[in-house]
Design a binder for this molecule. Structure first.
Ligand code: NAD
Length: 525
């Protein structure tokens, strides 16, 4: 058997190097110039990098045998994914490598905050022997509220249960039975704030999660609450947090991340009831080892022709097939993005129907594109065409597929996404090479799913369109296009506004308060 050539061009932990040595001829060559790297990569089967090596198109194009680029870490911004995908090269990463390290730091933070360990250490080192000022509380029997029950949130929850804590969580994208099987009760974010003694955030930073803990939530918290953020700065409104902590409205905060890093002149750091670390969540020996060993094992799986979990891209299908399928993949992804932004609740059921000639095509990639669309806005990293079905399965999302050759839309796609209390159905097709949504929840429309759209579900009454237009006009919001769909006069209707930029929360609230408006949502596609 011919041994594979494995080229490692950044410092990789020796455990990872050993794993790779068992699978091929390993060459470790760090600090290479572009020309040197182009030369060495020519006959390599695997390239293993961390953040130092830039796997640009120029480098990738210089390779003749390359099958895998393995990035020992989370971010793949130093790899030209498109160039790799075009050449059929699989790109791997290790998004899970730091989950345990972050979860453990969180526990360090929680115990430090509740027992005043940093403050007591500083006092001791000043030569004091103060046994009164640092009295704390036990965590045993207390309630921990976990916001975001993903990789890290679940690790945190498990450890909290071992400490004898009750765990509640807010994560609208996790099915209730999955949470219950982990012994966790799902609550709304406000109920979580009201009931928890400790609150910890583990969600990605997105427009939806920015400042999700603001004055309103802080005002709901109990006086002894400690809030912790080892996820991303910006999830907590720092000004509101400062105001609450300054007057001891809540007990304390433990922060590993800040809206601005480094947090120069941040007044939070002047408060005695705040403890912090400089974004240290992933900073452990083990997280580094695991990043290396995870990708090493997966690269070997791929060399053996097996499938791997953390594939970031997917090699192209034969180009003729791809040209036919690609517009429907784009349509499907847009449908997923639209559905998740319109749904208020957990997705637990998805139906995809392939209409017209699509009924006889290989549609796996279309399904995967839809899943990527519906899952990527709620998950931090790594939902891609390869792992989307696995991610959906782990979230207990049931997927059914059907076909219907004869229909009024020709080659088209219909999706239905169901949650606990809501359901979105969309029919879309391709018109003159462009993606078009033709029906939403049974209402006929004709919408290009692009940019910012405001979707209003309302009761059909004379003057509704005018009233919405006037309100948005008052706030200087330009409507480029407006569509209204209804099933019968005076019944439920839908209005879709193509606006020049996203509408603020304040104006959205005014829209929602208008007579006969049932729901109003901004979606970005
Ligand atoms: P993940 O993608 O596995 O989990 C995120 C969870 O958040 C998912 O379960 C998702 O359903 C949920 N979610 C998404 N939008 C939500 C919303 N609007 N409301 C409630 N829940 C929502 O991510 P992860 O790997 O667990 O990472 C969690 C966070 O930790 C991320 O912000 C990440 O950047 C951060 N992180 C920090 C460090 C550090 O050094 N401090 C290191 C690694 C990761």
């Amino acid at each position: 058997m011919i041994m594979s050539k494995i080229l490692i061009t950044d410092a990789l932990h020796e455990n990872a190097v050993d794993i790779l040595k068992a699978a091929g001829d390993v060459e470790v060559a760090t600090g290479l110039s572009v020309e040197e790297l182009k030369e060495k990569i020519k006959d390599a089967d695997v390239l293993v990098i961390r953040s130092g090596t830039k796997a640009t198109k120029e480098i990738i194009d210089a390779s003749e045998n390359l099958k895998v680029i393995a990035r020992a870490g989370v971010g793949v911004d130093n790899v030209d994914i498109n160039a790799a995908t075009e050449k059929g090269i699989i790109v791997l990463n290790a998004p899970d490598a730091s989950s345990i390290s972050v979860a453990e730091l969180l526990f360090g933070m929680m115990l430090s905050a509740v027992r005043n360990i940093p403050q007591a250490t500083a006092s001791l080192k000043r030569g004091e022997w103060d046994r009164k000022s640092f009295k704390g509380l036990e965590v045993y029997g207390k309630t921990l509220g976990v916001v975001g029950l993903g990789r890290i949130g679940q690790q945190v929850a498990k450890r909290a249960q071992a400490f004898g804590m009750q765990v509640v969580a807010y994560d609208p994208y996790i099915p209730e039975d999955v949470a219950n099987s982990l012994g966790i009760e799902l609550l709304s974010v406000n109920d979580l704030c009201q009931t928890s003694d400790f609150i910890t955030l583990h969600v990605p930073l997105t427009p939806k999660t920015k400042h999700m803990i603001a004055k309103e939530q802080l005002d709901l918290m109990k006086p002894n609450t400690i809030i912790m953020n080892c996820a991303r700065g910006g999830l907590i409104d720092e000004e509101a947090l400062y105001n609450a902590l300054k007057v001891n409205q809540i007990r304390g905060a433990a922060l590993d991340v800040f809206e601005q890093e480094p947090p120069k002149g941040n007044p939070l750091l002047e408060l005695d009831n705040v403890i912090g670390t400089p974004h240290q969540g992933a900073s452990t020996e083990e997280a580094q080892i695991s990043a290396g060993t995870i990708v090493a094992r997966q690269a070997i799986k791929i060399l053996k022709g097996e499938s791997a979990e953390n594939v970031v891209n997917l090699p192209m299908l034969p180009s003729e097939k791809m040209n036919k399928i690609k517009p429907y993949m784009i349509l499907a992804e847009k449908m997923g993005l639209m559905a998740i932004q319109l749904l208020d609740h957990t997705i637990d059921n998805i139906e995809i129907t392939y209409l017209g000639e699509l009924a006889t095509e290989k549609t796996e990639m279309i399904k995967r594109s839809f899943l990527r669309g519906i899952l990527s806005p709620i998950l931090l990293a790594g939902v891609n065409l390869v792992n989307a079905p696995v991610v959906a399965k782990n979230r207990n999302i049931k997927i059914s597929e059907g076909t219907m050759k004869e229909n009024q839309y020709g080659n088209a796609l219909k999706i239905v996404a169901k949650g606990n209390n809501d359901e979105i159905s969309i029919i879309g097709n391709i018109v003159d090479g462009e993606v078009v949504f033709r029906k939403i929840n049974g209402y006929d429309i004709d919408v290009k799913p692009e940019g910012d759209l405001c979707v209003i579900r309302h009761i059909d009454r004379p003057g509704m369109v005018g009233k919405v237009g006037v309100l948005l006009g008052e706030y200087g919001i330009n409507i480029a296009k407006m569509q209204v769909g209804r099933k019968e006069p005076g019944g439920h209707s839908i209005m879709i506004l193509d606006v020049d930029h996203t509408i603020s929360e304040d104006v959205m609230s005014k829209l929602k308060e208008m007579d006969n408006v049932r729901t109003a949502k901004m979606v970005t596609l």
